[in-house]
Design a protein around this ligand. Sequence first.
Ligand code: T1G
Length: 699
Amino acid sequence: MTTSSAVNANISIEQLGDIALICIDNPPVNASGQLVRQGLLDAVTQLNSAADAKVIAIYAAGRTFVAGADIKEFGKPPLEPYLPDVFNAIEASAIPVISILHGTALGGGFELALSTHARIGLKGLKVGLPEVNLGLLPGAGGTQRLPRLAGMGFTLDMALSGKPVSAEAALEAGAIDRLVEGDPRDVALAMAQEVIDGTLATRPTGSLQVAADETLLEETANKLRMKQPHLFSPHKIVEAVAASTLPLAEGLKVERAAFMDAMQTPQRGGLIHAFFGERAVSNIPEAKGDARDIAKVGIIGGGTMGSGIATACLLAGLPVRLIEVAQDGLDRGVATITKNLEGAVKRGKLTQAKKAAALAALEPSLAMEDLADVDLVIEAVFESMDVKRDIFGKLDTICKDGAILASNTSYLDINEIAACTSRPGDVLGLHFFSPAHVMRLLEIVQGAETAPEVLATGFAFAKRLKKVGVLAQVCDGFIGNRIMNHYAKAVGYLVLDGASPAEVDQALEGFGLAMGPHKVGDLAGLDIGWANRKRTADQRDPADRYATPHADRICEQGWFGRKTGSGYYTYEDKHPKVNPEAIKIIEDLRSELGITPQDFSAEEIVDRYLTAMIVESIRVIEDGTAKRPVDVDMVFLFGYGFPRFRGGPLHQADQIGTKALIKRIEGYAVEDARYWQVPQLLRDMDAAGQTFADLNKKA
Ligand code: T1G
């Protein structure tokens, strides 16, 4: 006899004789929100008190099993029942409970499965504990039950990397018991019957013991202290996993305490802001229009950027026609693309077969006429408006109607480029960040006449390449480079006024940057910035304090950084050493400029750097170049190495607060009132008691 009943909007029970099925249905990813938790608890309690089922099978509707706790609940007052209580009740069920996993069973979803008495994976399943990506740790038994099934090593790898593993790997490790094909409900019925027939063993995970591995725990803790000194939750993961040798109830207490500690950290706030921000930037009307189909891409320029962009397109399965003006340039481009793809194979991101397919989809050519049939052209030649005008004029006659013409320019005016064509509606900016096949940011620059479907195509193209597309309006440097050009002056002033390049680098690396700005400059080549400064010298306002005379003098010596063996640092061996000649240049300059050097603490260095970044970020919102604060935050997380756990400059601004920010800027303005100005928007927000998070909601 079959009966079915809804426990609540997300949970239903179907009783078929001795088998009870519990179905979870909470689109889009079956996140374990309050209703899911309450429904699961009520269903298991109800079935145990009825005691007429011999087995319970939990499965989920839709595209995936539970993908974790409902992240939208974080930061709000917690709602009972809490996940650990639900899972403990499932594990304590007198009736065997099995779970059927499909899609991505992650975080609390995988922990739900671990609390059942057997786990069956469906083909294509991935399981994971990604809480570390949110500044957290598995907080509902993952660090206690997974070691009992798969050992401490497998658990630490999964929880510290935050990366999902394949069903096959999970099966091999003992984290799941079976791997089958089929529909979740059909498999639930079949596996439940196997429990009744005795061909599928079930046991409460908590009844299993963990083999302690002190050496592994110590090695892991030491590695974390070296590699991730800033992050809080990885250390807590090791602490919790170490407690899995205790009786389950005690270990769960250790895990819960660690989880609650992690929940309170600003890092959790920053990382969750990053999680939702990455999705919010394309959740705008401009990205929702009818996109044109992009089946083939033409790229003009086989230099670093052009070959990087070509690599990104090929990795996304898009055929590419690469255009260069001379054979040697074309050969260099193809060689760079080949090297990029080989790198992806080495990193395990690409199979040899896929590399071969990608190269087969690359068509190098010296003739722009070969772009007649492509759907999108991306121009990636050097930053000269004359050259771009010439190229876009030719593209206008060569390319088919409806083809989209994009420039990868990093600051030139898209409107001026569009004006060289008879189809300004088909023109936009697609600003990639080097290395273009690795960096995820893509600034999508809207020209005054860019058609809505062309903009929507830009966002669809970004998604296809797994990039984070951010809408930008036309201005010098769009969002990221414009802000960077501003705060780079604060770095220059710090060095002129007394901080050494190494002190600035160390302070900012202590804040969480992977590499300080002087090391970055040495790596990229100091001559690039130098050429830019010379190019724009006539645009500089003489009333503004010049921030980089020292950088110019270093370049005048021919010291461009790593590529010349010295810059701010010397590079005799792989460990950079401070370049005493650079220090001497800085000291001589200070005397020439009559500057008495002052000491800057690491905190002061970070404050000035971050405040300068915040000021220009606010101005970029104020004049509409960027749509919302979250867009600016994502630009810096995905294009400029801003530490993800800090959430971005304007998420940081909310941690500092408008009043403190105004006071800080006004304090700096005493030294330089032209450079340090309080944006009107900041004053208005302060008067209205608004935060940048509020502005994100409003836009
Ligand atoms: N909670 C709330 N909403 C979520 C969510 C979640 N866990 N996961 C996804 N969404 C939303 C997402 O914001 C988007 O919404 C929509 O679902 C589709 O997502 C106790 C404490 C599952 C691999 O970290 O990795 O469990 O923008 O665009 O590319 O130990 O979502 O449409 O309005 O990303 O196909 C642990 C996070 C939580 C998984 C699907 N779980 N999610 O990727 O779709 S902490 C996670 C993902 C936890 C326990 C702890 C991905 C995905 P909107 P999407 P997708």
